[in-house]
Design a binder for this molecule. Structure first.
Ligand code: SF4
Length: 284
């Protein structure tokens, strides 16, 4: 944390004194935690996924659906011990798993908390996919389910939406490594494995098709979740193509192409599950 390189930004911030590019210092800041019912059915089940939203983000996409949180504008500061208490609290509330959302920039703090209290539940790493080998090495023995995004294949698209041309270079390696975890299910719930998520963006089907081509060789190892929930949000004033929701036609093309590649371990989303009503109120 004095010379941080937890993510590929490797900005080397002394986070004991100031925030890094991810927008946060070494103090854990969270926006909300609760049993979340809107993840994939094998994750949310009937009792919900014990989801903890961390503030700050090392990627900061312009269209971020959790904009207030990723820009660290909200939230409460907690210690690793308090984070461990949240794991326990969620577990006592009967959730199916502990779901750590965008915690890359706190990876070492999360490990500290899991060393204090390790719930008897699967731990999920819910990430934008922009990860280093070293951070994954640190998490390897703590994470049961990887839930990475695969956002952009094309460096120009990544540069446009998150100013990181090298997104795919890091994410492809990280996600392929995550897909090595063999899927295990019990009573319809995932206990171990990987679900790769891709948010289909309006007017960006070329990017989606390239990602599907990339995922096809991994299709028997991991699951793919094609998300249709994009809602215009964030700092998108200069991005006319992002100022509408996805059309049924665009989403159908993406799903049809995935199926044509033989990707059958596939979660698809009801087009009605987009809209601001699905974005949590950041009231913690
Ligand atoms: S986690 Fe934050 S401080 Fe650390 S390298 Fe990444 S952006 Fe910089």
């Amino acid at each position: 944390m004095k010379n941080c390189n937890l993510c590929p930004n490797a900005c080397r911030a002394d986070r004991t004194a100031r925030a890094g590019v991810c927008g946060v210092t070494d103090k854990i800041r969270i926006a909300k935690y609760y049993p979340h019912m809107y993840e994939e059915p094998v994750i949310s089940g009937t009792k919900g996924s014990g989801t903890i939203f961390f503030c700050g983000c090392s990627l900061q996409c312009v269209f971020c659906q959790n904009y207030e949180v990723s820009r660290a504008k909200r939230g409460k500061e907690i210690t690793p011990k308090e984070l461990a208490d949240i794991f326990r609290d969620l577990e006592e509330r009967g959730v199916h798993n502990i779901n750590l959302v965008t915690a890359t920039h706190y990876a070492d703090r999360v490990v500290e908390a899991l060393d204090i209290y390790r719930p008897a539940l699967p731990v999920l790493w819910n990430t934008h996919g922009y990860e280093t080998e070293e951070t994954l090495d640190m998490l390897e023995n703590y994470v049961d389910i990887w839930l990475p995004d695969m956002k952009f294949c094309d460096p120009a698209v990544a540069a446009r939406y998150c100013r990181r041309e090298n997104y795919f270079e890091y994410a492809a390696k990280a996600v392929a490594r995550m897909c090595e975890k063999e899927p295990v299910f019990e009573n319809g719930l995932m206990k171990q494995g990987t679900i790769v998520r891709h948010l289909v963006l309006p007017q960006n089907l070329d990017n989606t098709m390239k990602i599907l081509d990339w995922f096809a060789p991994l299709k028997d190892k991991a699951y793919l979740s094609l998300l249709s929930q994009y809602t215009p949000f964030g700092k998108i004033g200069n991005y006319p193509e992002l100022q509408r929701r996805l059309t049924v036609r665009e989403y159908k093309k993406a799903v049809d192409y995935a199926l044509s590649l033989g990707i059958e371990n596939l979660f698809v989303q009801d087009m009605r599950s987009s809209g601001e009503e699905y974005i949590p109120a950041w009231d913690y």
